[in-house]
Design a protein around this ligand. Structure first.
Ligand code: ARG
Length: 272
């Protein structure tokens, strides 16, 4: 399905989009990953990853306790995620799970959310601005990711190998990964990504993946981090399928939102 037809379907589905994109695998006509094509629906080509290396990687659960997105610690009181993730579940039902590599354990901590900030102008992932910050109740015990300088372009050099992390789907129509997984993908140039996606906006998005595909994020990885070293350069946003040749993953360009994220991430002043 072309991005254009995906978009019209997406617009038609209106307010249901965000929820459909992350929770209903049979809805393939959205801006999110298409899980309906063979073995493509997974963190493609990845491997098990360690929170020792990436302590800032966290996941979000819904009212039923099910993981629906990724997120990333940006301060002791806040996580960044995708706007479409933040809109998918009511604030009072979202839980941030930190320090838990394997979903089947009760390792780490589970925190509620007191505040949701969604980037101004967000409407759907293909329009950009797909970023949100959740303020947690209590304190996160794990190290935050670093943010790039606002409008820093050096961290986005074409070909730079970045790492994407998540607990997204591991099989078509099947369960998501129980373990944190990661895959390394090179950053794609703006001109290449504009050719791959007519909705690509180089101000608000960045693409990563191999021309031949095979390594990518996928459904359930949304909101999770794309890092270079410990610096958060992207947030998993959307893609046409997963790991398809000529269809790299599209990420929110974090440097465009560093100031907003920092403002939201600032720890609460207890005694102003
Ligand atoms: N929108 C998907 C989600 O909500 C993430 C899709 C990422 N797709 C990709 N091919 N990189 O989980």
């Amino acid at each position: 399905m072309s991005v254009k037809s995906r978009r019209s379907l997406l617009l038609a589905s209106g307010a249901l989009l965000a929820v459909a994109a992350v929770t209903v695998p049979v809805v393939v006509g959205t801006a999110s990953a298409d899980p309906g094509s063979g073995n493509q629906a997974r963190i493609v080509g990845g491997e098990k990853a360690s929170l020792g290396d990436h302590p800032y990687a966290v996941f979000l659960t819904d009212g039923g306790g099910n993981q629906f997105c990724g997120a990333v610690i940006v301060s002791s009181t806040a996580v960044a995620t995708a706007a479409h993730c933040a809109k998918a579940v009511a604030k009072q039902d979202i839980r941030v799970v930190a320090g838990r590599e394997d979903k089947r354990t009760d390792d780490g901590q589970v925190l509620g959310v007191s505040k949701v900030w969604i980037s101004k102008g967000y409407s759907d992932p293909t329009q950009g601005d797909d970023v949100a910050v959740l303020t947690v109740r209590g304190q996160l015990d794990y190290r935050p990711a670093k943010l790039p300088g606002s409008d820093d372009t050096s961290v986005y050099a074409t070909g730079t190998k970045a790492t994407v992390l998540g607990w997204g789907r591991v099989a078509d129509g099947g369960a998501r990964s129980d373990y944190l997984r990661s895959v390394d993908v090179p950053l794609v140039s703006d001109s290449e990504c504009s050719a791959d996606y007519n909705v690509y906006n180089q101000k608000t998005m960045v693409c990563a993946g191999y021309p031949e595909g095979g390594k990518d994020a996928c459904q359930g990885d949304s909101g999770g981090p794309l890092v270079v070293g410990d610096t958060l350069i992207g947030i998993v946003s959307f893609g046409d399928g997963c790991g398809k040749a000529g269809k790299p993953g599209v990420y929110t360009r974090v440097s465009a939102y560093t100031d907003d994220i920092e403002a939201q991430a600032r720890p609460r002043t207890l005694f102003p």
